[in-house]
Write a protein that binds this ligand. Structure first.
Ligand SMILES: [Zn+2]
Length: 331
Protein backbone atom coordinates (compact mmCIF):
# COMPACT_ATOMS: atom_id res chain seq x y z
CA UNK A 1 0.00 0.00 0.00
CA UNK A 2 1.23 3.47 -0.87
CA UNK A 3 1.41 5.99 1.96
CA UNK A 4 -1.48 8.50 2.07
CA UNK A 5 -0.73 12.19 1.49
CA UNK A 6 -3.23 15.02 1.89
CA UNK A 7 -3.22 17.71 -0.80
CA UNK A 8 -5.62 20.64 -0.65
CA UNK A 9 -6.07 22.43 -3.96
CA UNK A 10 -7.84 25.67 -3.09
CA UNK A 11 -8.69 28.40 -5.58
CA UNK A 12 -9.74 31.99 -4.98
CA UNK A 13 -12.18 32.19 -7.86
CA UNK A 14 -12.33 35.93 -8.19
CA UNK A 15 -11.84 39.18 -10.07
CA UNK A 16 -8.93 41.59 -9.48
CA UNK A 17 -9.56 43.65 -6.36
CA UNK A 18 -7.85 46.93 -7.32
CA UNK A 19 -8.15 49.75 -9.87
CA UNK A 20 -9.40 47.38 -12.60
CA UNK A 21 -11.49 44.30 -11.83
CA UNK A 22 -10.86 42.84 -15.28
CA UNK A 23 -13.55 40.88 -17.11
CA UNK A 24 -15.43 37.85 -15.77
CA UNK A 25 -14.41 35.91 -18.90
CA UNK A 26 -10.64 36.43 -18.53
CA UNK A 27 -10.46 36.30 -14.70
CA UNK A 28 -12.93 33.55 -13.90
CA UNK A 29 -14.38 31.58 -16.82
CA UNK A 30 -11.36 30.95 -19.08
CA UNK A 31 -8.69 30.02 -16.49
CA UNK A 32 -11.03 27.70 -14.57
CA UNK A 33 -12.10 26.02 -17.80
CA UNK A 34 -8.41 25.37 -18.50
CA UNK A 35 -7.95 23.90 -15.02
CA UNK A 36 -10.99 21.59 -15.04
CA UNK A 37 -9.67 18.87 -17.42
CA UNK A 38 -6.55 18.69 -15.25
CA UNK A 39 -8.56 18.10 -12.09
CA UNK A 40 -10.64 15.46 -13.88
CA UNK A 41 -7.52 13.74 -15.22
CA UNK A 42 -6.05 13.37 -11.73
CA UNK A 43 -9.43 12.69 -10.05
CA UNK A 44 -8.64 15.71 -7.89
CA UNK A 45 -11.20 17.57 -5.83
CA UNK A 46 -10.77 21.34 -5.88
CA UNK A 47 -12.09 23.85 -3.37
CA UNK A 48 -13.31 27.02 -5.07
CA UNK A 49 -13.71 30.10 -2.90
CA UNK A 50 -15.98 32.27 -4.96
CA UNK A 51 -15.93 36.07 -4.97
CA UNK A 52 -19.72 36.10 -4.66
CA UNK A 53 -20.10 39.77 -3.80
CA UNK A 54 -18.29 40.56 -7.07
CA UNK A 55 -20.79 38.56 -9.11
CA UNK A 56 -23.67 40.11 -7.14
CA UNK A 57 -22.27 43.59 -7.86
CA UNK A 58 -22.06 42.89 -11.61
CA UNK A 59 -25.62 41.62 -11.41
CA UNK A 60 -26.89 44.60 -9.44
CA UNK A 61 -25.56 47.11 -12.01
CA UNK A 62 -26.50 44.87 -14.93
CA UNK A 63 -22.88 44.81 -16.09
CA UNK A 64 -21.93 41.88 -18.35
CA UNK A 65 -25.07 39.76 -17.71
CA UNK A 66 -23.78 37.08 -20.10
CA UNK A 67 -20.55 36.75 -18.05
CA UNK A 68 -22.52 36.47 -14.80
CA UNK A 69 -24.77 33.78 -16.30
CA UNK A 70 -21.72 31.85 -17.59
CA UNK A 71 -20.02 32.10 -14.19
CA UNK A 72 -23.15 30.74 -12.48
CA UNK A 73 -23.32 27.86 -14.92
CA UNK A 74 -19.65 27.12 -14.37
CA UNK A 75 -20.14 27.01 -10.59
CA UNK A 76 -22.99 24.54 -11.00
CA UNK A 77 -20.86 22.35 -13.26
CA UNK A 78 -17.96 22.41 -10.80
CA UNK A 79 -20.36 21.44 -8.00
CA UNK A 80 -21.73 18.54 -10.08
CA UNK A 81 -18.18 17.40 -10.83
CA UNK A 82 -17.68 17.00 -7.07
CA UNK A 83 -15.67 20.13 -6.27
CA UNK A 84 -16.43 22.27 -3.25
CA UNK A 85 -17.90 25.72 -3.84
CA UNK A 86 -17.50 27.92 -0.76
CA UNK A 87 -17.90 31.68 -0.20
CA UNK A 88 -14.99 34.15 -0.28
CA UNK A 89 -16.06 37.65 0.65
CA UNK A 90 -14.32 40.88 -0.39
CA UNK A 91 -16.51 43.51 1.31
CA UNK A 92 -14.98 46.48 -0.54
CA UNK A 93 -17.04 45.54 -3.61
CA UNK A 94 -19.66 47.65 -1.83
CA UNK A 95 -17.56 50.75 -2.60
CA UNK A 96 -16.71 49.82 -6.19
CA UNK A 97 -17.63 51.92 -9.21
CA UNK A 98 -18.38 50.96 -12.81
CA UNK A 99 -15.59 52.02 -15.20
CA UNK A 100 -16.51 50.30 -18.44
CA UNK A 101 -19.33 48.15 -19.66
CA UNK A 102 -17.42 45.09 -18.41
CA UNK A 103 -15.41 46.35 -15.44
CA UNK A 104 -15.30 47.91 -11.97
CA UNK A 105 -12.80 50.09 -10.10
CA UNK A 106 -12.18 48.77 -6.58
CA UNK A 107 -9.45 51.17 -5.48
CA UNK A 108 -11.46 52.32 -2.46
CA UNK A 109 -10.12 49.78 0.04
CA UNK A 110 -11.26 51.42 3.29
CA UNK A 111 -13.62 48.49 3.89
CA UNK A 112 -11.25 45.79 2.65
CA UNK A 113 -11.55 43.76 5.85
CA UNK A 114 -14.81 42.60 7.41
CA UNK A 115 -13.42 44.00 10.67
CA UNK A 116 -14.44 47.44 9.29
CA UNK A 117 -18.14 46.45 9.28
CA UNK A 118 -20.64 46.10 12.13
CA UNK A 119 -22.19 42.79 13.15
CA UNK A 120 -25.45 43.44 11.33
CA UNK A 121 -23.66 44.22 8.05
CA UNK A 122 -21.50 41.11 8.41
CA UNK A 123 -24.53 38.90 9.03
CA UNK A 124 -26.29 40.44 6.02
CA UNK A 125 -23.28 39.80 3.77
CA UNK A 126 -23.03 36.13 4.74
CA UNK A 127 -26.74 35.65 4.31
CA UNK A 128 -26.68 37.26 0.83
CA UNK A 129 -23.65 35.28 -0.33
CA UNK A 130 -24.87 31.90 0.94
CA UNK A 131 -28.33 32.54 -0.60
CA UNK A 132 -26.65 33.24 -3.95
CA UNK A 133 -25.11 29.74 -3.86
CA UNK A 134 -28.25 28.05 -2.55
CA UNK A 135 -30.23 29.54 -5.44
CA UNK A 136 -27.82 27.68 -7.73
CA UNK A 137 -28.63 24.47 -5.77
CA UNK A 138 -25.17 24.56 -4.22
CA UNK A 139 -25.40 23.69 -0.55
CA UNK A 140 -23.60 21.74 2.20
CA UNK A 141 -24.49 20.44 5.65
CA UNK A 142 -21.45 22.42 6.87
CA UNK A 143 -19.65 25.19 4.97
CA UNK A 144 -16.06 26.26 4.50
CA UNK A 145 -14.83 29.85 4.16
CA UNK A 146 -11.81 31.89 3.14
CA UNK A 147 -11.66 35.54 4.14
CA UNK A 148 -10.90 38.13 1.45
CA UNK A 149 -7.24 39.17 1.77
CA UNK A 150 -6.68 36.54 4.53
CA UNK A 151 -8.37 38.97 6.98
CA UNK A 152 -9.64 36.48 9.56
CA UNK A 153 -8.89 38.55 12.65
CA UNK A 154 -10.33 39.15 15.08
CA UNK A 155 -12.32 35.92 14.92
CA UNK A 156 -14.79 37.39 17.43
CA UNK A 157 -16.47 39.26 14.53
CA UNK A 158 -16.99 35.97 12.66
CA UNK A 159 -17.93 33.67 15.51
CA UNK A 160 -21.68 34.40 15.55
CA UNK A 161 -22.18 34.16 11.77
CA UNK A 162 -20.05 31.01 11.56
CA UNK A 163 -22.26 29.44 14.23
CA UNK A 164 -25.52 30.75 12.70
CA UNK A 165 -24.76 29.58 9.13
CA UNK A 166 -22.89 26.43 10.16
CA UNK A 167 -19.51 27.40 8.73
CA UNK A 168 -17.10 25.01 10.43
CA UNK A 169 -14.03 25.03 8.20
CA UNK A 170 -11.72 27.97 7.67
CA UNK A 171 -8.95 28.15 5.06
CA UNK A 172 -7.70 31.74 5.62
CA UNK A 173 -4.61 31.39 7.80
CA UNK A 174 -1.24 31.95 6.16
CA UNK A 175 1.27 31.01 8.90
CA UNK A 176 4.26 33.33 9.26
CA UNK A 177 2.68 36.22 7.34
CA UNK A 178 1.35 39.56 8.43
CA UNK A 179 -0.14 42.63 6.83
CA UNK A 180 0.01 45.84 8.81
CA UNK A 181 -1.92 47.95 6.30
CA UNK A 182 -4.69 49.51 8.35
CA UNK A 183 -7.39 48.27 5.96
CA UNK A 184 -6.08 44.75 5.62
CA UNK A 185 -4.73 43.91 9.04
CA UNK A 186 -3.78 40.40 10.10
CA UNK A 187 -0.87 38.84 11.94
CA UNK A 188 -0.23 35.12 11.66
CA UNK A 189 3.47 35.25 12.54
CA UNK A 190 2.87 33.39 15.83
CA UNK A 191 1.17 30.42 14.14
CA UNK A 192 3.43 27.36 13.91
CA UNK A 193 0.82 24.82 12.80
CA UNK A 194 1.37 23.25 9.38
CA UNK A 195 -1.59 20.84 9.41
CA UNK A 196 -5.32 21.18 10.30
CA UNK A 197 -6.18 22.14 13.89
CA UNK A 198 -9.28 22.90 15.90
CA UNK A 199 -9.97 26.32 17.39
CA UNK A 200 -12.79 28.03 19.25
CA UNK A 201 -12.23 31.74 20.03
CA UNK A 202 -9.27 32.79 17.84
CA UNK A 203 -7.85 31.33 14.62
CA UNK A 204 -4.36 31.89 15.99
CA UNK A 205 -5.00 29.86 19.17
CA UNK A 206 -5.43 26.09 18.65
CA UNK A 207 -8.01 24.47 20.94
CA UNK A 208 -8.36 20.69 20.62
CA UNK A 209 -11.96 20.95 21.87
CA UNK A 210 -12.94 23.79 19.52
CA UNK A 211 -15.76 23.16 17.02
CA UNK A 212 -14.08 25.04 14.15
CA UNK A 213 -11.23 23.66 12.04
CA UNK A 214 -8.45 25.68 10.46
CA UNK A 215 -6.68 24.34 7.35
CA UNK A 216 -3.50 26.47 7.29
CA UNK A 217 -1.97 27.36 3.91
CA UNK A 218 1.42 25.73 3.26
CA UNK A 219 4.57 27.81 2.85
CA UNK A 220 8.16 27.04 1.95
CA UNK A 221 11.54 28.84 1.89
CA UNK A 222 13.87 28.64 -1.13
CA UNK A 223 17.62 28.98 -1.57
CA UNK A 224 18.95 32.20 -3.09
CA UNK A 225 20.08 30.37 -6.21
CA UNK A 226 16.60 28.92 -6.73
CA UNK A 227 15.06 32.38 -6.32
CA UNK A 228 17.46 33.68 -8.97
CA UNK A 229 16.59 30.90 -11.45
CA UNK A 230 12.91 31.45 -10.72
CA UNK A 231 13.25 35.13 -11.62
CA UNK A 232 15.03 34.31 -14.89
CA UNK A 233 12.40 31.72 -15.86
CA UNK A 234 9.58 34.16 -15.06
CA UNK A 235 11.17 36.78 -17.32
CA UNK A 236 11.51 34.19 -20.07
CA UNK A 237 7.83 33.20 -19.88
CA UNK A 238 6.82 36.87 -19.82
CA UNK A 239 8.84 37.50 -22.99
CA UNK A 240 7.24 34.39 -24.55
CA UNK A 241 3.91 36.10 -23.83
CA UNK A 242 2.73 33.52 -21.28
CA UNK A 243 1.58 36.27 -18.92
CA UNK A 244 -1.51 34.85 -17.32
CA UNK A 245 -5.22 34.84 -18.07
CA UNK A 246 -6.44 37.82 -16.04
CA UNK A 247 -6.91 41.33 -17.41
CA UNK A 248 -7.24 43.45 -14.25
CA UNK A 249 -5.13 45.07 -11.50
CA UNK A 250 -4.62 43.92 -7.88
CA UNK A 251 -5.32 46.01 -4.79
CA UNK A 252 -2.27 48.06 -3.77
CA UNK A 253 -2.53 47.09 -0.08
CA UNK A 254 -1.91 43.44 -1.02
CA UNK A 255 1.69 44.41 -1.71
CA UNK A 256 2.22 45.51 1.89
CA UNK A 257 2.07 41.95 3.11
CA UNK A 258 5.30 40.41 4.34
CA UNK A 259 6.70 37.45 6.21
CA UNK A 260 9.82 37.78 8.34
CA UNK A 261 10.97 34.21 7.57
CA UNK A 262 10.86 34.89 3.81
CA UNK A 263 8.72 31.87 3.02
CA UNK A 264 6.45 31.71 0.01
CA UNK A 265 2.95 30.27 -0.13
CA UNK A 266 2.51 27.17 -2.29
CA UNK A 267 0.45 28.01 -5.34
CA UNK A 268 -0.21 27.09 -8.96
CA UNK A 269 0.69 30.62 -10.10
CA UNK A 270 4.04 30.43 -8.30
CA UNK A 271 4.85 26.90 -9.47
CA UNK A 272 7.13 26.38 -12.49
CA UNK A 273 9.88 23.99 -13.64
CA UNK A 274 12.43 25.58 -11.30
CA UNK A 275 10.29 24.92 -8.22
CA UNK A 276 8.89 21.53 -9.23
CA UNK A 277 11.48 19.51 -7.29
CA UNK A 278 10.98 21.63 -4.19
CA UNK A 279 7.22 20.90 -4.34
CA UNK A 280 7.89 17.18 -4.77
CA UNK A 281 10.28 17.19 -1.79
CA UNK A 282 7.73 19.09 0.28
CA UNK A 283 5.21 16.32 -0.40
CA UNK A 284 7.76 13.64 0.48
CA UNK A 285 8.47 15.27 3.82
CA UNK A 286 4.95 16.39 4.80
CA UNK A 287 1.60 14.63 5.03
CA UNK A 288 -0.39 17.83 4.53
CA UNK A 289 0.09 20.27 1.65
CA UNK A 290 -2.28 23.20 1.09
CA UNK A 291 -1.93 25.13 -2.16
CA UNK A 292 -3.71 28.49 -2.52
CA UNK A 293 -4.14 29.56 -6.13
CA UNK A 294 -5.77 32.34 -8.11
CA UNK A 295 -7.12 31.27 -11.53
CA UNK A 296 -6.93 34.91 -12.74
CA UNK A 297 -3.13 34.59 -12.38
CA UNK A 298 -2.75 31.18 -14.02
CA UNK A 299 -0.24 30.82 -16.84
CA UNK A 300 0.10 27.94 -19.28
CA UNK A 301 3.44 26.93 -17.72
CA UNK A 302 1.89 27.01 -14.21
CA UNK A 303 -0.91 24.66 -15.27
CA UNK A 304 1.57 22.34 -16.98
CA UNK A 305 3.72 22.28 -13.83
CA UNK A 306 0.65 21.39 -11.74
CA UNK A 307 -0.09 18.52 -14.13
CA UNK A 308 3.46 17.28 -13.75
CA UNK A 309 3.38 17.63 -9.96
CA UNK A 310 0.09 15.72 -9.60
CA UNK A 311 1.35 12.94 -11.91
CA UNK A 312 4.36 12.56 -9.62
CA UNK A 313 2.15 12.63 -6.50
CA UNK A 314 -0.08 9.83 -7.79
CA UNK A 315 2.86 7.71 -8.84
CA UNK A 316 4.42 7.78 -5.38
CA UNK A 317 1.48 8.14 -3.00
CA UNK A 318 -2.21 7.59 -2.44
CA UNK A 319 -3.65 11.12 -2.52
CA UNK A 320 -6.55 12.46 -0.48
CA UNK A 321 -7.98 15.76 -1.79
CA UNK A 322 -11.09 16.03 0.37
CA UNK A 323 -10.58 18.18 3.50
CA UNK A 324 -13.41 16.44 5.36
CA UNK A 325 -11.83 13.05 4.81
CA UNK A 326 -8.52 14.40 6.09
CA UNK A 327 -10.24 14.96 9.43
CA UNK A 328 -11.47 11.37 9.68
CA UNK A 329 -8.64 9.47 7.98
CA UNK A 330 -9.29 6.46 5.79
CA UNK A 331 -8.80 3.06 7.40
ZN1 LIG B 1 -9.60 37.09 -2.64
Amino acid sequence: MQPVKNILLTFDHEMFLGKKSGSIEKCMIDPVNSLRPLLTKHKAKGIFFVDILGLITFQKHNINPKGVADAKEQLQQLFKEGHYIFPHIHPHWRDSIVIKEKEFDLSNCTQYSLAKLNQEEIDQLFQTCLSFLKELDISYPAWGYRAGGWCMQPFSIYKDVFTKYNILYDFSVLPGYKNLDNNQKFDYTMIRKTSPYNFSQNVEVPDPHGSFVEFPISTMAYSEILILFDRILRKYHWKKNDRGFGDGLSASSAGLMYNPEKKEMLSVEKLNWVKLNAYKNFLKKNNFMHLISHPKMFTQHGLKSLDNFLSYAHKKFSIEYDPLKMLSPRK
